[in-house]
Design a protein. Sequence first.
Length: 200
Amino acid sequence: MSDTPKFTVIDRRKMKAEEEQGNHPQPAATLPEPEAAPAPPEANAGPRLVVSEPAQETAQPEQTELPPPPTAQESSEQKTAYDASAQRLEDLVRAQNPAMGPQPPVSFEHLVQQFYVSAMIQMGAGAQDGQRPRVDILGARQTIDLLGILAEKTRGNLNEAEDRMLQTVLFEVRMAFLELTSMITLQSVQPPAPPPPGKH
């Protein structure tokens, strides 16, 4: 049973047209409500939503239709506009910071490093001294799985240095994940420490 409030929709345009013609408006027909427990009376009697249950519910999730992909010309024009916009932004930043040199182009190594840093922070790395590390173990697992997908989808398409870096990073984050989950499991299995003896 749904807790969604119910209301009846009345087409006021039809009633106004009948009034202009001199006819008295007929009460609007309401859809039959599904049998449910009566809703408690509300202080302000306003419109009510009438929800009708579908006759048959399909078990398959609805598939969203994707728009058609951009044409090669559209992609090329967009890339040119993006590059020009990025260059204008870099010029503005360098004008504010004259000592800053040009930024290196983004490479595959930057992508892998981004995943590595995200996974390590999600596993509690980078906490300042004296602060309790914040761990997002499920987020870390998702980030590590994304790295695994990246390794699978780029297999055979990387040079030796790129492949070595990706495999090393993937190994390190998986090992850190194993160590962290082992600690979590160990803490959940061990009984809590007894409280310190109280002063009498």
